[in-house]
Design a protein around this ligand. Structure first.
Ligand code: AMP
Length: 501
C-alpha cells in the first residue's frame, strides 16, 4: 500500500484535527494537509513526473517539507530527502546519482543549485510560487505496491561516497508497526516535534505519527534550539522527539527546564550514534521514564533493536548499567543475528557482525549492484556493525571493524575506552583512535575536548588505570577544541586520524 493513504484516511476520519503546526501556530488540519498534498501531487504529475521518478528534498525543516514529502508519495513518486547541511558538492552528487528530476528546496538551496543544475525543476518551498502549486487541481492517491520505492535514504557517508538505500512503502509500513509495537503507542492527541533533520530519523518518525493521526510540529527556527524546544514542550502535550545523542546531552544539561515543559514531553527517542553510559545516566536524571533508545541504519530504517523506556527506567535492575550500555533487544518484526565472516551465527557473548532480516530491510542500493551484493546476502542485511548478545538477548555494539584497534595483538574497542574517559569530570567529548606504531602495530590515542580548559593527561591516565586493563589505556592524549563531525553530528574518525597525521 501507499503509506500516504494514512493521510487520506485521517482527512476523512478526523478532518478538523490538527495535523501540521509551525511552533504553536496551526498550519493545517488533516483535511487541509491532505488537500494541499493532493494539489501539489497534481502539479508534479502535470509537470511530467511519472510514478517511480525521484524528487529530492533539500531544505531546512519547515512545514512545507512535510507537505512536499506526502505529495511525492501521493503522486507515486520517490522521495530523496537529503541533509540540508551537506556541502553543495555532496548534494550535487546525490542529485546526479539519484537521477532526480525535481528538487524541493528552500531559498538558500535554490540559489546554490540554480547555477549548476539548469535541467532540474526547482520547487521553492518558501517561495511565492509555492502557493500556486498547492492550488493546483488535486489528484487521487496513486496506487502503488508494497514493493514500490518510497524513499532513497542516502547513507551519511562516514566512509566513501553516499549510497542510496532503497526503502519501499512496505519497509516504511513495517517500520511504523515496529515502532508502535515496541517503542511507544501513539494517540491522536499526541504530536511529534521535528527539531532533528526531517531528512533523517525525525522525517521517518513523521510516518508512525501520521499513521496514528497525531500532529507534526516543526519549530519556527527549523532546527534544534534548546530554549525553543523547551518552550514548545511547555506549549504542547504528548510530545515525542527523535534526537541524536548529542542533542539529548545538550537538553539534559540545559538549565531552563520547567515542570510544565517536562509535563509536555512524552518521549525522547534517541539513536543514530553511541550514547555513553555516563551521558545516559545524566539524561535519565531529568527525563526519567521518558527516554527510549533505538538502533537502526538507513538500510533498515530505525529498526534493528530498541531499549524500551521501561528498561531504561528500571535502575534497580542488577544489570542496569550493562543494559544502558546496550542498544536493547531486537524489534518485534525483525530477526537479528551476530555472525562470523562466513555468516554462521555466533554464541552469546561472542563479537561478530550484526545481520538483520525482516520487513524493514531495504531492497538494495540505488543503481549500485556491487554495493547491494556486498550488503545483502540471502535476505540478510550485513550491517557492518559489530556487536554481541548477552544471555538475556540484549545487544551491545562494539566499534565498526575499521575502528577496532589492534595493539600488541590485543583487540581494543575504542568505545570501551571512551566510556571510561567520559566519566572523568574534565572530559566533555572524546574519540579514541589507533595510530600506527612500529613496536605495537597500533597504539591507542585519545582525542579529548576538555571541559573549561581541562588538559591533564596524567589525571586521565590515572583515571583509566582505575577502570580498565592497562593495555587498553591511551598511550597518548591529544587535547582539541572540537572533534570533526559529519552533518548528522557523528564523529569522523577517518578525518580525525588524517588531521593528526
Ligand atoms: P545511518 O544509516 O546514517 O542512520 O547510520 C547508521 C549507523 O549509526 C549504524 O550502522 C550504527 O553504526 C550507528 N548507530 C545507529 N543507532 C545507534 C545506536 N543506538 N547506538 C550506537 N550506534 C548507532
Amino acid at each position: 500500500m501507499n503509506c500516504v493513504l494514512w493521510l487520506k484516511r485521517k482527512a476523512l476520519q478526523a478532518p478538523d484535527a490538527p495535523a501540521l503546526l509551525r511552533g504553536t501556530r496551526l498550519v493545517a488540519d488533516h483535511a487541509t494537509l491532505a488537500r494541499r498534498a493532493a494539489a501539489l501531487a497534481g502539479s508534479f504529475v502535470a509537470s511530467g513526473l511519472v510514478p517511480g521518478e525521484r524528487v529530492m528534498l533539500l531544505s531546512a525543516n519547515q512545514p512545507a517539507y512535510l507537505e512536499a514529502l506526502f505529495a511525492i508519495w501521493w503522486a507515486g513518486l520517490v522521495a530523496v530527502p537529503v541533509n540540508a547541511k551537506l556541502h553543495p558538492r555532496e548534494a550535487a552528487y546525490i542529485l546526479e546519482q539519484s537521477g532526480a528530476k525535481a528538487v524541493c528546496v528552500d531559498e538558500e538551496w535554490r540559489d546554490k543549485l540554480a547555477a549548476s543544475f539548469t535541467d532540474v525543476r526547482l520547487i521553492t518551498l518558501d517561495g511565492g510560487e509555492y502557493s500556486q502549486y498547492v492550488m493546483h487541481p488535486p489528484i487521487d492517491v496513486v496506487d502503488v505496491a508494497d514493493s514500490a520505492l518510497a524513499w532513497l535514504f542516502y547513507t551519511s557517508g562516514t566512509t566513501g561516497r553516499p549510497k542510496g538505500a532503497m526503502l519501499t512503502h512496505g519497509n516504511l509500513a513495517a517500520m511504523c508497526l515496529n515502532y508502535v509495537a515496541q517503542v511507544d503507542a501513539i494517540a491522536p492527541a499526541d504530536c511529534i516535534l521535528h527539531a532533528a533533520p526531517l531528512s533523517h530519523g525525525s522525517g521517518l518518525y513523521a510516518l508512525p505519527h501520521l499513521m496514528a493521526g497525531a500532529a507534526q510540529v516543526v519549530p519556527e527556527s527549523g532546527g534544534f534550539v534548546e530554549d525553543e524546544v523547551i518552550a514548545l514542550l511547555a506549549a504542547h502535550r504528548g510530545v515525542t522527539m527523535f534526537a541524536a545523542p548529542t542533542m539529548v546531552k545538550r537538553l539534559a544539561r540545559h538549565a531552563g527546564w520547567t515542570a510544565r515543559a517536562l509535563r509536555g514531553l512524552k518521549l525522547i527517542v534517541y539513536g543514530g550514534g553511541p550514547m555513553y553510559v555516563a551521558d545516559a545516566e545524566d539524561a535519565l536524571r531529568i527525563f526519567a521514564g521518558k527516554l527510549a533508545q533505538i538502533y537502526g541504519q538507513g538500510e533498515t530504517p530505525m529498526t534493528i533493536t530498541a531499549l524500551p523506556r521501561a528498561v531504561m527506567n528500571d535502575a534497580a535492575h542488577l544489570r542496569f548499567r550493562e543494559r544502558l550500555a546496550s542498544v536493547g533487544v531486537p524489534f518485534t518484526g525483525v530477526e537479528v543475528r551476530v555472525c562470523d565472516k562466513a555468516g554462521r551465527e555466533l554464541p552469546v557473548g561472542e563479537v561478530g557482525e550484526i545481520r538483520v532480516r525482516g520487513g524493514t530491510v531495504m531492497a538494495g542500493y540505488w543503481r549500485d549492484a556491487a554495493a547491494t551484493a556486498a550488503a545483502l546476502s540471502e535476505g540478510w542485511l550485513l550491517t557492518g556493525d559489530l556487536g554481541s548478545f548477552d544471555a538475556e538477548g540484549f545487544l551491545t555494539l562494539k566499534d565498526r571493524g575499521k575502528d577496532l584497534i589492534i595493539s600488541g595483538g590485543s583487540n581494543i574497542y575504542p568505545r570501551e575506552v571512551e566510556e571510561v574517559l567520559l566519566t572523568h569530570p574534565g572530559v566533555a567529548e572524546v574519540s579514541v583512535i589507533g595510530e600506527v606504531d612500529v613496536e605495537w602495530g597500533e597504539v591507542v590515542v585519545a582525542c579529548v575536548v576538555g571541559r573549561d580548559g581541562f588538559a591533564d593527561a596524567a589525571a586521565l591516565d590515572a583515571h583509566c588505570l582505575r577502570h580498565i586493563a592497562r593495555f587498553k589505556r591511551p598511550k597518548q592524549y591529544r587535547f582539541l577544541s572540537a572533534l570533526p563531525k559529519n552533518a548528522y553530528g557523528k564523529v569522523l574518525k577517518t578525518a580525525l586520524r588524517e588531521s593528526l597525521r
